[in-house]
Design a binder for this molecule. Structure first.
Ligand code: FAD
Length: 397
């Protein structure tokens, strides 16, 4: 056990899923931590997020299981369909998933997840309205510079500042995002507006040539969160989101089952999201500066793992930093890199492959895929079964 005087002082940039989870875990272990967030209040864009057992087991250990359970929905099954609605494969979830992986699978509204995390951390650990514009190495510390001209120093600076990370530049230089050749239409729809949907309770993927639809329910099962993904040759606009007509999404799913059409037509305002990721980084840390979450490994949403991998990062890093003295920082960050980079790289790759697979044209390859989807739980067990706190190299030396 370390004396208080040996403990690190940690500064985190970004109060998203990663920054908040990391700060909760560090505080629980008695480490001094402050989170600096550019936004002036805690707000999340309205959409759902799916949390799998590899993350919910960790949030449960932080004592957040009951709070999360109260705001989440557990899908009844994982169902794959063809675009005409025919079921390709159906795998029970709910209690079966929890028993198999030792923790639940949740669909949750992002703002509800954020409320749970902020309440667990406490407002006093977060400084809002602080935009990081750069970080720098000093002999005994790392420094964060803010847009308002102020700076802070800490033993360790964590970049949890998302896909457009300012901290990443210090660790990995300027990195160009990679356009995936897919765009997404997202939305929330009341179940009552989906009369043709065969069953609203499973997590469902609908596969078709050059497009797919994913949805699951949140908010007590009353609302469906969907992501409709379509191939698009290029993206030339500066931003990653543009408003578009609802009719664009409807046209993209012409000829599909009526439930798919109902879903994408039921939103009042539609946006098109260019889906990007990053090529894997060669390192997650430099000196006393380290990255977690999308800053380290932005990935496509097709395995629903961005937030889940971010939570794994946060817990792995918190465990290592909680046991490190200021002189041990380099060793702790090297171990974090060794534990997290190979796994997140593999999940990034699978996230890319998932869309290619779901978008196969009709024919023998799609038939082989359909046969394989009957094995989905076994194929994905390496993601959901993983316990980052039981990974041998995560344990402090
Ligand atoms: P973020 O959540 O992006 O948080 C970063 C924070 O840093 C923000 O609060 C931001 O304001 C702040 N910040 C940024 N720059 C600065 C700065 N310079 N100074 C100070 N603060 C700063 N993941 C899943 O696991 N399951 C899903 O179902 C899922 N669905 C998704 C669907 C879509 C369409 C997309 C695009 C993503 C999805 N993801 C999903 C991915 C998930 O949203 C992200 O991986 C996750 O939010 C990353 O968390 P983070 O903490 O790294 O970054």
């Amino acid at each position: 056990m370390l004396d208080r005087s040996d403990r690190l002082d940690v500064a985190v940039v970004g109060a998203g899923v990663g920054g908040l989870t990391l700060a909760i875990a560090l505080r629980r272990r008695g480490v001094s931590v402050t989170v600096y967030e550019q936004a002036r209040d805690h707000r999340e864009i309205g959409a759902g997020v799916a949390l799998s057992a590899n993350a919910t087991r960790l949030l449960g250990r932080l004592g957040l299981g009951d709070e999360l359970d109260a705001v989440s929905v557990q899908p009844s099954a994982l169902v794959f369909r063809r675009r005409d609605g025919e079921v390709i494969a159906a795998h029970p979830m709910g209690a079966r998933y929890r028993d198999a992986f030792g923790a639940p699978f949740y669909g949750v509204h992002r703002s509800a997840l954020q409320r749970v995390l902020v309440a667990a951390l406490g407002d006093d650990a977060v400084r809002l309205g602080r935009r990081c514009v750069g970080v720098a190495a000093e002999p005994e510390a790392a420094r964060i510079d803010f847009a308002d001209g102020e700076s802070v120093r800490a033993d360790v600076v964590v970049g949890a500042d998302g896909v457009h990370s300012a901290v990443r530049r210090h660790v990995a230089g300027d990195r160009e995002p990679v356009f995936s050749g897919t765009v997404g239409y997202r939305g929330l729809v009341a179940v009552e507006h989906l009369p043709s949907l065969p069953d609203a309770t499973p997590l469902q993927f609908w596969a078709g040539p050059r497009r797919h639809l994913l949805h699951y329910s949140i908010q007590g099962g009353a609302v469906i969160n969907f992501l409709a993904v379509v191939r698009q040759h290029e993206w030339t606009r500066p931003g990653w989101v543009e408003s578009c007509a609802v009719a664009d999404a409807v046209a993209a799913f012409a000829g599909w089952h009526p439930a798919a059409i109902e879903m994408v037509s039921a939103v009042d305002e539609m946006s098109r999201w260019a889906l990007h990721d990053h090529a894997p980084l060669r390192r997650f840390s430099a000196g006393r500066v380290v990255l977690v979450g999308d800053a380290a490994h932005a990935m496509l949403p097709h395995q629903g793992q961005g937030a889940n991998q971010t939570i794994e990062d946060a817990i792995a890093l918190a465990d290592l930093l909680a046991e490190a003295r200021p002189a041990d920082v380099a060793a702790a960050l090297a171990r974090y890199d060794a534990v997290r980079r190979p796994r997140t790289r593999r999940v990034q790759r699978w996230s890319r492959l998932a869309a290619d697979w779901l978008h196969l044209p009709d024919g023998p390859a799609a038939e082989r895929r359909d046969a394989r989807l009957k094995e989905a739980p076994a194929d994905l067990a390496w993601i959901h079964d993983h316990d980052v706190q039981r990974t041998p190299s995560a344990a402090p030396a």
